[in-house]
Design a protein around this ligand. Structure first.
Ligand code: NAD
Length: 259
């Protein structure tokens, strides 16, 4: 599949270029950067036949967008004009930009996910199923750990896991979530979902969801060791999009958990 990387000199772009070189079926045809970026016209080390460009990659079948939310609208318009599939990993979209994604999806297929790691998306599915199967007799506690520089807590992934657990139980997370505990908090209410954040060192990202009954504990865990986990998922999504009908798809579709 002929694939172009948008935001090719960025952290994710570099990971995508590295991963694509070792992914069967991926042919990188363009490494696109914003106009004025110092890398323009330089050779792309991971794809020696290419030079960084600011031109739209009209010959790509799919474009993978890890750029900045303000560029997404223009990128989608170009993809629609060229009938190209899109893998959209860029986060922080405004409501208007999200509407542009929905509008574009009427004409082209788009995989859109805030976390493209295959492992995390599998974890979300497992947690939802475990919560549904095990029921209220199992207390759910989520512990996440990240490096000391991370600005937000709990992590977006921990909140997604809590959402998945709540969905499995058929409840609204806002009614059952408990982020951290301190002081005389009283007995743990039945159905509560606890979420806790550890910060330290250079931890890339760890998430453990425990289902704890009086008799046993089931723990489902994920450890990220490299940002290449997101790149691998994005490339898998691009390959999955080949000849797909227009619409918005998620990593659940890519992994075969949704029709
Ligand atoms: P980054 O700042 O390192 O890279 C972004 C790159 O996009 C920069 O090199 C920038 O010059 C380039 N860019 C900006 N405008 C452009 C345009 N119009 N055309 C082409 N290139 C353009 O950021 P990053 O860490 O690589 O993350 C990029 C985005 O991906 C962020 O929104 C981040 O939150 C998101 N992200 C998503 C996932 C996921 O799994 N979905 C994982 C990691 C990061």
């Amino acid at each position: 599949m002929r694939i172009a990387i948008l935001g090719a000199a960025g952290r994710m772009g570099q990971n995508l270029l590295r991963c694509a070189a070792k992914t069967e079926g991926c042919e990188i045809v363009a490494a696109v950067e914003r106009p004025g970026h110092p890398c323009l016209s330089a050779a792309v080390p991971e794809a020696p036949a290419l030079r960084y460009t600011a031109d739209w990659p009209a010959d790509a079948q799919a474009v993978i967008d890890f750029t900045f939310h303000e560029c997404v609208t223009a990128n989608l318009a170009n993809a629609v004009a060229n009938k190209q599939a899109v893998v959209l990993g860029t986060t922080g979209l405004t409501d208007a930009e999200k509407q542009c994604v929905a509008d574009a999806a009427a004409q082209i297929p788009i995989v859109w996910a805030a976390n493209m790691s295959l492992g995390v998306n599998l974890l979300l599915e497992l947690v939802k199923r475990a919560a549904a199967v095990l029921g209220q007799g199992y207390d759910i506690e989520i512990v996440e750990a990240h490096h000391r520089l991370k600005k937000d807590a709990p992590s977006g992934t921990a909140l997604s896991l809590a959402e998945a657990a709540a969905a499995g139980r058929g409840v609204a997370l806002r009614d059952v979530a408990c982020c951290g505990r301190e002081g005389i908090v009283g007995e743990r209410p039945t159905g509560e979902i606890g979420i806790h954040a550890v910060r330290g060192g250079a931890i890339v990202g760890e998430h453990t969801v425990s289902f704890i009954s009086d008799e046993e504990t089931v723990a489902i865990a994920h450890t990220a060791t490299s940002r290449e986990a997101f790149a691998t998922g994005a490339l898998r999504a691009a390959l999955w999009l080949n000849a797909r009908a227009p619409g918005i798809y998620t990593m659940r579709h890519v992994l075969g958990f949704a029709d």
